[in-house]
Design a protein around this ligand. Structure first.
Ligand code: ZN
Length: 330
């Protein structure tokens, strides 16, 4: 039995037909965790869909109405890059409910895992990049509304920048706070090939995104810390940048909850990524996040985000390893 809960439903499956996004990965992660005896049935908790009221904590009423009534324009649907259906709407509401439940478990057990979610490209008024509803933001706003947390930090390690996250939480930044002028070099940044760390203001949610610079999204709204990584970066340099971003973030900000977005797409065999991390390196990445959180006794909520390995089995392995890393560290 695991010392934390895994939030999962078979209905996480996204009905999007033949697509680069492997919609079956959630079920495959669930099945692999059981088959390898990393988890047992009792470790899993089934979520309920988020309420419309929860989704409206982040998303604009007009956008929610379009989703519920199937009235997105063709260009809005195209921007989402997944085919609209009422079933798809239900799957995203369920993923958001799963992240709310994972956050609640994180606050109770120190860690809570959503075997799904991490839809970090969803904006308040539109979806894009395979993301319709920003489940992580919904969970944060719900925990704040319930007075369970005051502050949160997102640690986004998907290969694509967390543009939705940055946009959603930018509006709540405290404008009177001084802009940290610390440059990457004076932070003692990794000596590897030229990554760049950018800082901005932070309000009640501090956003960190570590991503490939030359990749989607073209327009990258500022996170509190953006680490723009060069193409082809390997394990050691990546881990050094992550370590640096985490220490820098936690020097500036004390979160009541860390939301770790554990994308599997920095992997060297990923079809939509251009970094060169190994499966072992990605597990070390997970361990680093969990170790840092544990040392500071900050609860962690985990979501999965992207993963487009040529062989879906690799994506499943990377996602399962995040559970292994949590078990080992926590
Ligand atoms: Zn991604």
């Amino acid at each position: 039995m695991l010392p934390f809960k895994l939030i999962y439903s078979d209905d996480y499956f996204l009905p999007i037909g033949a697509h680069v996004f492997p919609a079956e990965k959630y079920r495959r992660v669930h099945d692999r965790l059981i088959a390898t005896q990393l988890a047992e049935t009792a470790d899993f908790v089934t979520p309920q869909p988020a309420s419309d009221q929860d989704v409206l904590l982040v998303h604009k009423p007009e956008y929610v109405r379009k989703l519920k009534t199937g009235t997105l324009s063709p260009s809005e649907e195209m921007q989402m890059e997944i085919p609209y259906s009422p079933e798809l709407v239900r799957a995203f509401w369920l993923a958001a409910g799963g992240s709310i439940l994972a956050a609640q478990h994180a606050l109770k057990d120190g860690i809570g895992f959503n075997i799904g979610g991490g839809f970090h490209h969803a904006f308040p008024d539109h979806g894009e990049g395979f993301c319709m509803v920003h489940d992580v933001a919904v969970a944060i706003r719900r925990m704040q509304r319930d007075d369970k947390i005051r502050t949160a930090m997102t640690v986004d390690c998907d290969v694509h920048q967390g543009n939705g996250t940055a946009a959603i939480f930018a509006g709540t930044r405290v404008p009177t706070q001084p802009l940290p002028s610390t440059s990457a070099s004076s932070l003692g940044s990794p000596s590897g090939p030229g990554g760049k760390m950018r800082h901005a203001h932070a309000g009640d949610v501090f956003t960190i995104s570590l991503h490939q610079h030359n990749n989607y999204p073209a327009w990258k709204p500022h996170s509190s810390i953006d680490v723009d990584l060069p193409d082809g970066i390997e394990d050691d340099d990546y881990l050094a940048w992550l370590d640096n971003a985490l220490s820098s973030g936690l020097r500036q900000f004390e979160p009541d909850l860390i939301c770790y977005i554990a994308g599997a797409d920095p992997y060297q065999e990923d079809q939509l990524g251009g970094l060169k991390l190994t499966i072992g390196g990605l597990k070390k990445r997970d361990e680093l996040v969990f170790r840092v959180a544990k040392a500071r006794q900050i609860p962690v909520m985990v979501t999965y985000a992207g993963g487009y390995a040529r062989n879906v089995d690799d994506t499943v392995t990377i996602h399962c390893n995040t559970v292994v890393a949590a078990k080992e560290v926590m």
